[in-house]
Design a protein around this ligand. Structure first.
Ligand code: SAH
Ligand code: SF4
Length: 452
């Protein structure tokens, strides 16, 4: 979601005549897009701002803007930071260019955030929609892997999981009309995009009423699949609700374009903790959902999120989470230590009672359990040939200057979101290739390009 916002903002800035610099030291304007989901993310922003404050001693004219959820959450308090000139909430990003121009020419400080986010987001959403429609189709051009783009289908969230800040900083759930989404996808396809990822906090609950017809995510997937040029379609994140929605899984099973990949966070395996989190399912119902999904899409790769150390989480609660991970057989999972977020129900109701070293131990243990499963699932790929959408040079890619014939290491992903590393020409970025897998690690497959 934040990558998409960054792309939208940089498209708008580019259109207004700004150019991207290689180094922050050369910049007249620095825009920091922020996340509020965990305190750690906010702490990193504050440390960046500390660094910028130093830089500004030598570059007094430099303008620093903070945008995104932290801007919305902290507002005034952020503007008081010496380094900061502009604070702009996620619902107001269409105003960013003007705010920056004002700050550059008049050396003023400016704050624009939604006042009461739950009310004001509604009135600003038309303008937000316009902004997104104007720049959304350029989002591939802004530093992400070529040939791929994110497309938002829902804004905000109405779920109010007790630990989560998202509904407070992103406002109420709103589904974008299918026509808007489709227009954007068509433009992206015309520009060479081959994979789109549809974004929403509870994307499987997508619903849009148009006269007497209601469009679901399954309908949207069908419509996007008809766009010429689009080869792979993903969607994140799915909420494990009872009505998870067999029609989405059938769309996956029947359309060769819909990737067999589901990101469906469980958060905990303890029913007691799930209740305290205001997640509307039990561990058993969750596992039954996974089983049903795999009956419809047998080779489905599933990823999950977990929070360890939620207030009051006992050793037994944690054991239940470990059990769930063992049974779920995720391809990959993300584990987070509970981070109290000011204003959320969990923070108001409970002490952050689990000590950090306990959170840390549970975090490490859960990841270790998952790693063994990932390793086993990876090893099943040995000797197989997989289709990969190439992202570009791998992090470790080094071109041998003495051997102009040798190809550097590339990285890409399969439709089931496995990372694949192989040697090939960088010109393959954004294209589909076949790779024969010769070695595996828990999260990465290694192989050779199949030529011809
Ligand atoms: N809408 C998505 C998740 C959005 S936030 C969903 O409902 O699944 C991404 C992940 O951050 C969550 O899945 C959760 O695991 C984690 N997270 C959210 N709030 C958190 C908090 N206060 N502390 C630690 N992790 C948190
Ligand atoms: Fe946060 Fe829950 Fe909404 Fe996900 S569904 S964004 S965790 S409130």
């Amino acid at each position: 979601m934040n990558k998409l916002d960054t792309a939208l903002v940089s498209s708008a800035l580019r259109e207004a005549g700004f150019v991207l610099t290689d180094s922050v030291k050369d910049a007249d304007v620095v825009v920091i897009n922020t996340c509020s989901v965990r305190e750690h993310a906010e702490a990193r922003v504050l440390s960046h701002l500390g660094h910028l404050k130093h830089l500004k001693k030598h570059r007094p004219g430099m303008v620093v803007a903070v945008i995104g959820c932290m801007a919305q959450r902290l507002g005034d308090a952020l503007l008081e930071h010496d380094a900061v000139n502009v604070v702009c909430g996620p619902g107001q990003i269409r105003q960013l260019v003007r705010l920056l121009e004002d700050a550059l020419s008049q050396n003023v400080k400016r704050l624009v955030v939604a006042e009461a986010i739950r009310d004001r987001m509604d009135s600003s959403s038309d303008a937000l929609e316009q902004f997104e429609s104007s720049y959304g189709h350029q989002s591939d051009a802004d530093g992400g892997p070529p040939g791929q783009a994110f497309v938002r289908v829902m804004r905000g969230c109405d779920n109010f999981c007790t630990y989560c800040i998202v509904p407070y900083v992103r406002g109420p759930e709103q589904c974008r009309p299918p026509e808007r989404v489709l227009n954007q996808v068509r433009k992206l396809a015309d520009k060479g995009v081959r994979q789109v990822t549809l974004l929403g906090q509870t994307v499987n609950a997508y619903r849009h009423r148009d006269g007497h017809r209601t469009y679901s995510l399954a309908d949207l997937l069908g419509m996007v699949a008809e766009v010429e040029g689009i080869e792979w379609i993903r969607f994140v994140t799915s909420y494990p609700s009872e009505e998870f929605y067999d029609d989405i899984l059938h769309a996956m099973a029947s359309s060769p374009k819909v990737c067999h990949y589901l990101h469906m966070p469980a958060q905990s395996g303890s029913d007691r903790v799930l209740r305290a989190m205001n997640r509307h399912y039990t561990a058993e119902q969750y596992l039954e959902l996974l089983a049903r999904a795999r009956r419809i899409v047998p080779d489905l790769a599933i990823a999950g999120d977990f929070i360890v150390g939620f207030p009051g989480e006992t050793e037994d609660d944690f054991r239940a989470t470990v059990d769930l991970v063992r049974q779920a057989r995720y391809r990959n999972c993300f584990v987070f230590k509970y981070s109290p977020r000011p204003g959320t129900t969990a923070d108001k109701r409970h002490q952050d009672s689990v000590p950090d070293e306990v959170k840390q131990r549970r975090n490490v243990e859960l990841l270790a359990v998952q790693e063994a499963i990932s390793e086993q699932l990876s090893s099943e790929f040995l000797g197989r040939t997989v289709t990969v959408l190439v992202e570009g040079l791998s992090k470790k890619a080094r071109v041998n200057p003495l051997d102009s014939q040798s190809h550097p290491q590339l990285v890409g992903r399969t439709a089931t979101d496995s990372i694949v590393v192989f040697n090939g020409s960088p010109s393959l970025a954004g294209r589909f290739v076949d790779v024969r897998i010769t070695a595996t690690s828990p999260l990465t497959l290694f192989g050779d390009l199949v030529v011809g």
